[in-house]
Design a protein around this ligand. Structure first.
Ligand code: RP5
Length: 170
């Protein structure tokens, strides 16, 4: 764990990878160095704490934490660091992610976590949000984010032209 990385992705379990992989795909696309690893707020509190402290020493700038169920990972990480923490609630329990969403988003005043949507869209947006933070001091990332948004708009534009929906006029 010596390499310089900008974004640290932490998951509560390897079973979260199917969702959190989406965040890594976005970071790869933007060529931003990251590391993805496991630590559980409940099952391995010691590892979680050590990981966060070493992240600060290594120059990590943003942490993304994905967890399901009683998802305290993002909150516990936020308690240990002044780095911005982005939480991704994962749908991994019989409550379909609503439990994870509430556990991630309902932080007490003083300890912020930026909670994203449940699941893959949340993982994708967590990476983009991390890039937006990095982009404030990195013009290259900021420019790539602008192009990303232009591409999104162009895709809708193209689909809009292809789409022949219904219309009615009397
Ligand atoms: C949470 O419990 C993890 O983040 C995961 O979403 C969920 C289930 O974990 P496993 O039992 O699959 O390891 O802590």
């Amino acid at each position: 764990m010596g390499q310089k990385i900008s974004v640290l992705i932490v998951m509560g379990s390897d079973s979260d990878w199917g969702i959190m992989e989406r965040a890594t795909q976005v970071l790869k696309e933007f060529k931003v160095p990251y590391e993805a690893t496991l630590a559980s707020a409940h099952r391995s509190p010691d590892r979680t704490r050590k990981l966060i402290h070493s992240a600060e020493e290594r120059g990590v700038q943003v942490i993304i934490a994905g967890a399901g169920g009683a998802a305290h990972l993002a909150g516990v990480i936020a308690a240990e660091t002044i780095l911005p923490v982005i939480g991704v609630p994962i749908e991994s329990s019989p409550l379909h992610g609503l439990d994870s969403l509430l556990s991630t988003v309902q932080m007490p005043g003083g300890v912020p976590v930026a909670s994203m949507a449940i699941g893959k869209a949340g993982a994708q947006n967590a990476a983009l949000f991390a890039l937006q933070i990095l982009g404030r001091s990195n013009p290259e990332i900021a420019n790539r984010l602008r192009s990303y948004k232009e591409d999104l708009a162009a895709q809708v534009e193209a689909k809009g032209k292809q789409f022949h929906g219904q219309s009615q006029s009397d």
